[in-house]
Design a protein around this ligand. Structure first.
Ligand code: CP
Ligand code: NVA
Length: 305
């Protein structure tokens, strides 16, 4: 049966750990898997902009011996020029996998339902699972383990926060989300993470005081205050979120030796200061690089025969 990667919890704990093993093997030797997906093609559907996701999927499939075809909003205009069903029914006859970055999560779920080929979520308004895979791979590389770790996400309860909760739940890492009131993570995502955490003992919590949130944190994570599609709210959000800025003062309240994480792109001076993102303890570019290795391993898991 075909397998998709729409949410981190589509993989079991064992599957995630296996994927990390493969990712590290790929990272150690870029050429070792150069025929793993020989002749396979991945369609890249983008309805929002991207630097990292586009580059890492494009380079990643090539390093595995395959090809990508990039489809911009102008080409497809999902659901408007052509229905999701019709796009799925066309592409499944032409390519061996589809990566989609879009708005509503239902679009990737529908694509998964209609297409007979694997679907990879490259970000929806609800989740960003490939990002969380790269983030937890990075966390493990830097800290050497997952056991006993606490990651605190400070800012908007958005797609990235949801994926971090789900990944923490699967991997036994405590995840605290510190948000202003009214900007908490989606209740369904929180409930799903809490349920998944029962198997690993991870503690998933939401707080409103950023200093309380980062207390004891091994990693402090933030993301933009206005996500793609929320540009109109940027000014209001800047006012509301300023007390949640990750700056030297907030980092000083985290555990000694805490690292700083961000999915990027960053809005320097808003959610994070230069002094933090450029500090020695910041691992943001390592996370970006690990997108490549983690996604190559995800593609391998879903697409190799
Ligand atoms: N972190 C991330 O997904 O970056 P892009 O939006 O540039 O792909
Ligand atoms: N939350 C951000 C993540 C970008 C990678 C957004 O959706 O725009």
């Amino acid at each position: 049966m075909k397998k998709d990667f729409l949410k981190v919890t589509d993989f079991t704990t064992e599957e995630i750990l296996d994927t990390f093993k493969i990712a590290l093997d790929m990272k150690a030797d870029r050429k070792k898997y150069s025929e793993a997906l020989k002749g396979e093609t991945l369609a890249l559907i983008f309805e929002k902009p991207s630097l990292r996701t586009r580059t890492t999927f494009d380079v990643g499939i090539q390093q595995l011996g395959g090809y990508s075809v990039y489809l911009s909003p102008a080409e497809i205009n999902l659901g408007k020029r052509e229905s999701v069903y019709d796009v799925a029914k066309n592409l499944e006859r032409m390519v061996q996998g589809i990566m989609i970055r879009t708005f509503a999560h239902e679009i990737v779920e529908d694509m998964s339902k209609y297409a007979k080929i694997p679907i990879i979520n490259g970000l929806t308004d609800y989740t960003h699972p490939c990002q969380a895979m790269a983030d937890f791979l990075t966390l493990h590389e830097v800290k050497g383990e997952f056991k006993g770790l606490k990651l605190t996400y400070v800012g908007d309860g958005n797609n990235v926060s949801h994926s971090l909760m789900l990944a923490g739940a699967r991997l036994g890492v405590d995840v605290t989300i510190a948000t202003p009131r009214g900007y908490e993570p989606n209740l369904f995502a929180f409930a799903e993470a809490t349920e998944a955490a029962k198997q690993t003992g991870a503690k998933i919590e939401v707080v409103h005081d950023p200093k309380e949130g980062v207390n004891g944190a091994d990693a402090v994570y933030t993301d933009v205050w206005a996500s793609m599609g929320q540009e109109d709210e940027a000014a209001e959000r800047r006012r509301i979120f300023m007390p949640y800025q990750v700056n030297d003062d907030l980092m000083a309240a985290a555990k000694e030796g805490a690292i700083f994480m961000h999915c990027l792109p960053a809005h320097r001076g808003d959610e994070v200061t230069d002094s933090v993102i450029d500090a020695d303890y910041s691992v943001v570019f390592r996370e970006a690089e690990n997108r490549l290795h983690a996604q190559k391993a995800v593609m391998y898991q879903l697409m190799h025969a």
